[in-house]
Design a protein around this ligand. Structure first.
Ligand SMILES: NC(=O)c1ccc[n+]([C@@H]2O[C@H](COP(=O)([O-])OP(=O)(O)OC[C@H]3O[C@@H](n4cnc5c(N)ncnc54)[C@H](O)[C@@H]3O)[C@@H](O)[C@H]2O)c1
Length: 511
């Protein structure tokens, strides 16, 4: 498709979000200039190579290369386009938890200087996540000062908008093409109308819902949505732990029913891992920090953050329960071997920023031998994981090794097809955090595989019962070895198969 007659677009910052945006606009026939201070990214895009990994990104760049340019030159990017999207980092300040505007302001200065030298109306859209008050405050001030123009709708002014994207890495292109709604904070009707038209054309949906408002309401909406979603995820995790401690309770059953209530809804209501990634944790903390800075009560957002951090501990404790059982299989005392399948924060993404799987690996390594595999995120994970975490070269290498416990930590559907080695001679416990596997079928076909269900009272009770039996057994065995007991061992309770397995192992050990 050749470039259409619509506005020419520049995208400042061609990283994880900016590159897909360039590709998506190009795919809809717009001429797009991507700009970055990272020369490598620019050179790659100039050659038609995606600067970052994201599903479908390379395909779109290859197909619509004719509509894409890349540069490090602000003058070129701004003077040759009508509208500029700014998608540069806004890292969280570790002291205040507020997002820093430093990169955005540098960009505004550079854009403003070009606009000053060009005699044309230009529109600037902030896509980066910013703290409420930023767009109408410091961002407006810097853009006005550097351009010598006012923000407004006249040809002699600059249109300014705040329009963040609601996307998940690993499905950025899909999410940009299929938005639930588009949020626009606008300086005036002219830029709001222009964006509404542009995003309608960008979407694959026939009808796109728009929410147009002033800057501060849009800024609040962005972090409020993420804070609400993190609360919902954490609620599901809290319920999941509760169910684990009640016989016959099952969090999935309860969640599906709860989610059927139209006031609640099923999305993000699943007991699994903690939330992570570059947005959820920091948006939630920024929301809490903002509330506190205004002397408002931030208890809910703070509790969500604390409970989210606790999820790794909860999983480590389940692994410890299993480790007790695994001692039966050990001739010599050795660390229980734990494998992690999935290290990125989302499937189909190489991004490990605030990844719950990496965080879990770093906690597990204190008590266990930890090996991990991820198809995309291994090198990024190696940079943030404890040096004691080792990495497998493939799923098969990980799963067919002599693991005691396998944790499925990303909801990647490819894990459903894992092949389990039929020749195993010791039990493999799988903690299927996302309930991807068919428990009945796999356990039937693999005598030595047991799937532990998070949020399931009977599953965890089974571990507790067998663990208690093993503890008793160990005490009796020690007594026996000290000559205080008869050579008779009772394996009481526990899940049938596991109980008989224990009994067999003890018999082997004693004969
Ligand atoms: N990644 C996400 O999932 C996500 C989701 C929603 C919102 N956001 C927000 O989008 C913004 C960008 O996030 P990202 O993940 O794409 O970041 P990123 O780090 O992947 O990409 C940002 C790019 O901006 C470039 N850059 C920095 N300063 C620049 C400048 N002065 N001029 C030109 N380019 C410059 C960097 O070199 C980098 O390539 C952030 O505010 C983030 O909070 C990100």
């Amino acid at each position: 498709m050749m470039a259409n007659n619509g506005p020419r677009i520049s995208v400042i910052g061609i990283g994880k979000l900016g590159s897909p945006m360039v590709a998506v606009f190009a795919s809809k026939g717009y001429h797009v200039i991507g700009l970055d201070i990272n020369k490598d990214f620019v050179e790659l895009l100039q050659k038609g190579i995606a600067p970052v990994y994201e599903p479908r990104l390379q395909e779109l760049i290859t197909q619509y290369k004719k509509n894409i340019e890349a540069t490090t030159d602000y003058y070129k990017a701004i003077s040759l386009t009508d509208i500029t999207m700014v998608i540069v980092p806004t890292p969280s300040d570790s002291d205040t938890e507020f997002f820093s505007n430093d990169y955005v302001l540098n960009t505004m200065k550079a854009i403003g200087q070009v606009i000053k030298s060009c005699n044309k109306y230009h529109q600037v859209v902030v896509t980066s996540t910013v703290m409420p008050g930023s767009t109408g405050g410091i961002i407006r001030d810097v853009l006005e000062a550097s351009s010598g123009r006012k923000i407004g709708c006249l040809d002699s002014e600059i249109g300014l908008a705040y329009s963040p994207e609601f996307i998940a890495l690993g499905q950025v292109i899909h999410d940009m093409l299929n938005p639930d709604f588009v949020l626009i904070g606008e300086s005036d009707k002219r830029i709001g109308d222009a964006l509404q038209h542009l995003y309608s054309k960008r979407s694959d949906k026939q009808l796109v819902l728009f929410r147009r408002m002033n800057f501060v309401n849009a800024e609040l909406t962005k972090i409020a949505i993420n804070t609400y979603v993190t609360t919902k995820i954490t609620y599901a995790n809290m319920l999941s732990e509760l169910c684990e401690n009640i016989p016959d309770a099952d969090a999935d059953t309860v969640n599906v029913a709860i989610g059927s209530d139209s006031r609640i809804g099923n999305k993000y209501l699943k007991g699994a891992l903690a939330y992570g990634g570059p947005c959820f944790p920091r948006d939630n903390r920024a929301f809490a920090a903002l509330a506190k800075s205004l002397s408002c009560n931030a208890l809910l957002a703070e509790a969500t953050d604390q409970l989210n951090n606790y999820q790794a501990e909860r999983l480590v404790n389940i692994c410890k329960k299993i480790a007790v059982i695994c001692t039966v299989d050990k001739i010599q005392p050795s660390k229980t071997k734990v494998g992690l399948l999935g290290l990125s924060y989302e499937p189909s993404s190489p991004v490990t920023e605030c990844s719950p799987a990496c965080n879990l690996a770093n906690k597990l390594v204190l008590d266990f031998d930890v090996t991990a595999f991820d198809p995309l995120a291994m090198s990024a994970a190696a940079r943030i994981c404890d040096k004691r975490v080792t990495f497998a070269n493939s799923v098969d290498e990980l799963v067919c090794g002599d693991l005691d416990i396998l944790l499925i930590t990303t909801a990647a559907s490819c894990w459903k097809n894992i092949y389990f080695n039929q020749t195993r001679k010791k039990l493999l416990y799988i903690i299927d955090c996302w309930k991807l596997l068919n428990k009945e079928e796999i356990e039937q076909n693999n005598r030595y595989v047991r799937i532990v269900l998070l949020g399931n009272g009977n599953s965890i009770k089974g571990l507790n019962d067998v663990g208690a039996s093993v503890r008793k057994l160990t005490v009796r065995n020690n007594e026996f070895q000290n000559g205080h007991a008869q050579r008779r061992v009772l394996v009481a309770g526990g899940a049938g198969f596991i109980g008989s397995h224990l009994a067999r192992r003890r018999k082997q050990g004693q004969s």
